[in-house]
Design a protein around this ligand. Structure first.
Ligand code: GLN
Length: 290
């Protein structure tokens, strides 16, 4: 079969299995297997496909038909323009979460090296890409990637290796239940995308997420706010005066999270919406000691 025929046939199969973005996904699979860019793919459309590629392609298509996530099949995904490794039991980086990194990297303009905490880091994509964005501006921060899950720690460790020596020097990875193992550290910046889906909603998520992504990274307890309650009540001790906090939230959680921050004495609380106009990130600051 030619590459073009594989694309056509794969797209039809995925479409039949109810995969929404079937044509984008087959292209991603072929590009992954051949190493072609989107334009090269177009140029090689009528080439005969290597039999090994055809075999792997049909295995991947078959797996994707079960709604097993594409990012786990490919073992990677793109976040903030960087390619991160993905693995089972670790939440797949979402496009929506780029809002958090972009907002934080844009508004934190200090040229000094900052101490940054990515709480509930998963693959490490938030903390690592924030570090890389600031490195582009000539600043080398010190980052802690924190998570309770062994799989997340393994994924973050693997991802830290992908972006050069300085990442290995400047980014530490700590297995911890929230702040329990972070004693003695004080941060200028806290970034977090904690689990925030209310337990009952977890069972109603689309198959790809519900059946294959880790519940541990999604389930935010009865009202979804459990981790915000814990993080916001405990974080004060680990933050410097004037520290910046950015947290991803569910579309209807702004009021709840805002109130938790306000009651705990945090200031400059503001909401950042995503491109679809949904509430997505809340930021605030620790009061500056006078
Ligand atoms: N945004 C993710 C989802 O809807 C949830 C991420 C999280 O709970 N932190 O699947």
């Amino acid at each position: 079969m030619t590459i073009g025929e594989l694309l056509k046939c794969g797209a039809e199969t995925l479409h039949g299995a109810g995969i929404e973005n079937y044509s984008g996904e087959v292209r991603d699979i072929i590009m992954h297997l051949t190493g072609y860019s989107a334009s090269e793919l177009f140029m090689h459309n009528s080439d005969e496909a290597d039999p090994a590629v055809s075999q792997k392609f049909s295995d991947m298509i078959r797996k994707r038909c079960t709604h097993y996530p594409l990012q786990y099949i490919l073992g990677e995904t793109c976040f903030m323009g960087y390619t991160f490794k993905c693995r089972e039991n670790v939440l797949i980086p979402r496009y929506d979460t780029e809002n958090l990194v972009a907002a934080a990297a844009e508004s934190i303009s200090s040229n000094e090296s900052l101490q940054v905490l990515d709480m509930c880091t998963g693959t490490g994509c938030i903390g690592i890409s924030f570090y890389l964005e600031r490195q582009k501006k000539g600043v080398r921060d010190r980052v802690t990637l924190a998570d309770i899950s062994d799989d997340a720690i393994a994924a973050a460790t693997e991802n830290r290796k992908l972006f050069g020596e300085s990442c290995i020097d400047d980014i530490e990875i700590v297995k911890t239940d929230l702040f329990s193992e972070l004693g003695g550290r004080e941060y200028d910046v806290l970034l977090s995308n904690p689990p925030y889906i209310p337990t009952e909603e977890c069972d109603k998520l689309e198959t790809d997420v519900r059946d294959y992504e880790p519940r541990l990274a999604l389930d935010g307890d009865i009202d979804g706010l459990s981790f915000y309650r814990r993080i916001i009540s405990e974080m004060g001790e680990y933050l410097k005066s004037g520290a910046h906090i950015y947290m991803e939230i569910g579309y209807d959680q702004y009021e709840g999270v805002r109130k938790l921050m306000e009651d705990a004495g945090y200031v400059d609380i503001s909401l950042i919406k995503d491109l679809s106009g949904l509430d997505r990130v809340v930021s605030c600051r620790k009061r500056i000691n006078e």
